[in-house]
Design a protein around this ligand. Structure first.
Ligand code: ZN
Length: 87
């Protein structure tokens, strides 16, 4: 994915497998400050959950506004993962 601009809440339209319809997908955000706080409170134990959540969010950053599904099908790039060519 190409990062353009610094929008705080990004949205995109994509096909949702659960809704079986085109839906609006929102980019999921992480509250790193909150996770940092939890990590302090749990003496670092929370770092594991933090990392797991972060990886999951990086893998599936989009979430359906209707059903919360995180596996949208984008019209410009079908099921196959994009090849990192060029840039
Ligand atoms: Zn959906």
């Amino acid at each position: 994915m190409v990062a353009t601009g610094g929008m705080t809440k990004e949205k995109t339209k994509a096909y949702c497998r659960k809704c079986r319809h085109e839906q609006l997908f929102v980019m999921r955000k992480m509250h790193h400050g909150l996770h940092f706080f939890f990590s302090l409170v749990t003496l670092g134990l929370w770092l594991v959950s933090w990392l797991a959540l972060y990886v999951g969010l990086r893998l599936n950053p989009w979430s359906c506004q209707q059903c919360g599904d995180v596996n949208p099908i984008f019209p410009d790039k079908p099921d196959a993962p994009p090849r990192g060519e060029g840039q």
